[in-house]
Write a protein that binds this ligand. Structure first.
Ligand SMILES: CC(=O)N[C@H](C=O)[C@@H](O)[C@H](O)[C@H](O)COP(=O)(O)O
Length: 225
């Protein structure tokens, strides 16, 4: 079972490296995915068609796939074609931008969702506010995430996860709400689950060695000042 129910109450780990980074390679991301599954991740979130194709045969857990195009405006699986490609590459759930902003292909969010459903996968709408979530659910999203909280101008950038938005979504929507974004440690993850998150997605704090190392290095250099 690799559907939405398989991640209920569980940890999903986002395995992503960014353009120009040393770990930006499907082989490396597939190894990271296998390593986090060994550690107990019940789902993987991954970016890019080549990464999805490399990861799919190596892990038998729910795979949330996306394509990132740039870092401004609508950049998470922004077009219908990207969404279909993620499903074809083996994603069980396709993560798409769930905001109300205009999309680069000029198509509505509902078109991406319909195409993903036709391909036999589900849709996670990455939202930045309650209004985004309501819009996404009306468009047919199967679940919503707090992924874009603090990144769209509608919410402040919280230090840890945006627990306020999480609670607001849990209280106001009737689809699973997935906590994602700035979850820094196990206590943050637990706080998300206690706030009603259906599943918890952690990225940087587990799979980004450069940023993890920087927190240690900065801490040491601050304390020797
Ligand atoms: C806003 C955006 O582009 N989020 C992306 C979505 O896939 C990833 O860069 C994040 O790493 C992911 O959401 C997990 O969050 P964090 O790394 O904070 O645990």
């Amino acid at each position: 079972m690799r559907g939405l129910a398989s991640i209920a109450g569980q940890l999903v780990v986002s395995c992503q490296a960014y353009p120009g980074e040393p770990m930006r390679s499907p082989v490396i991301m597939a190894a990271v995915a296998q390593a986090v599954v060994e550690g107990g991740a019940k789902g993987i979130r991954a970016q890019g068609i080549e990464d999805l194709k490399a990861i799919r045969p190596l892990v038998d857990v729910c795979l949330i796939g996306l394509v990132k195009r740039g870092s401004d405006g609508v950049f998470i699986t922004p077009t219908v074609a990207d969404a279909v490609d993620c499903a074809a590459a083996g994603a069980d759930i396709v993560a798409v931008d769930g905001t109300r902003r205009e999309r680069p292909d000029g198509r509505p969010l509902a078109a991406s969702i319909e195409a993903v459903h036709a391909a036999g996968a589900l849709v996670m709408a990455d939202c930045g506010s309650l209004d985004d979530a309501l819009y996404s659910i009306a468009a047919g999203a199967d679940c919503v995430g707090t992924t874009l909280a603090g990144y769209t101008g509608e919410r402040p950038v919280s230090r840890g996860p945006d627990l306020e938005l999480l609670a607001e979504l849990v209280a106001n929507v009737d689809v699973p709400v997935i906590a994602e974004g700035r979850i820094r440690n196990p206590d943050d993850a637990l706080a998300c689950r206690n706030a009603g998150a259906y599943a918890v997605v952690v990225g940087t704090a587990i799979t980004h060695p450069t940023r993890i190392t920087r927190t240690f290095a900065d801490h040491l250099s601050r304390s020797s000042e």
